[in-house]
Design a protein around this ligand. Sequence first.
Ligand code: GSH
Length: 303
Amino acid sequence: MPMIDTPESALVPKLRGLHLFGFDGAPCSQRVSFTLAEKGFRRARSVRWNDDSAAACAAPPGTYVFRPVSLVRKEHLTAEYAALQPNMVVPVLVHDGRAVIESMDIVDYLEHLVPDPPLVPAEPAAAALMNELLELGKTLHVSVRYVSFHWGLGRLGRIGRNDEARIAELERADSPEQLLSFYQRYNRDAIDEDTYLGHLRTLEEGWGAQEARFAADGRPFLTGASLSRADILWAAMVLRIFECGYPFAARFPRLNDWFERMRARQGFQAGVLAPNQTMHRVFRFKAALERFFGGGLARVAAR
Ligand SMILES: N[C@@H](CCC(=O)N[C@@H](CS)C(=O)NCC(=O)O)C(=O)O
């Protein structure tokens, strides 16, 4: 069973039903809202992330309450949020007073909660490939961060000195996210171009291996005939890099076709695209401008 964390936040024990603390523009949060939609849950409403009023604390069956934690306003870099999610990242799922952190542990938790429709292939070889792609996807997440900050967010990704000081004070030394180390280098332009390019090449290697699997047997989903948790993780990853202007159609056409199929799904529309229109437009607009001036990801994509 996935990990159930026991956070210090006094809010958690008050929550009944499902509550998702997330940010609609963040791939890790999208993995969960996509899964919730595929499992048939509807976003009943959004409330302030720390709203503990009786009305906000109850999620009716078949729905979840969305509690947006703004990564733009840096709500995740506060002591109050760190009491809920000690690594200071989104998402967190709370179900009947129990909190689960780590997006893919949350997806696993939802699979146990609602086994139908299954997001694990029945066939052992396909299930093994799913696990492999999940592990790879978790590793590639670091590269997604570097690529999307450098080619997507640019200067908008920097944080202020006060936020940096707050992370220094609150982040646990053993946090797997290591936000302080990243922001200290990112804020000061101390990450060199080769590091960013290395992360892009790592991503392209992973996409290339999947392109070959699509080419070999024309499978509709990453692991075979049905949607799995690997598709969930990878769809959110490809969306972010697509938003940053990566030319998937030209470089990885079969992966691009798969992504189009994912985009057409009702669960992806409802769980990911509909709530994320503003961020999506901002990213795409910036990418189009860079392409126009001959820069951006299209210029450095592998030939
Ligand atoms: N391992 C974590 C990673 C979560 C994560 O990196 N979340 C990002 C958004 S995708 C975040 O909150 N970043 C905050 C920041 O970069 O300041 C998970 O899968 O849940």
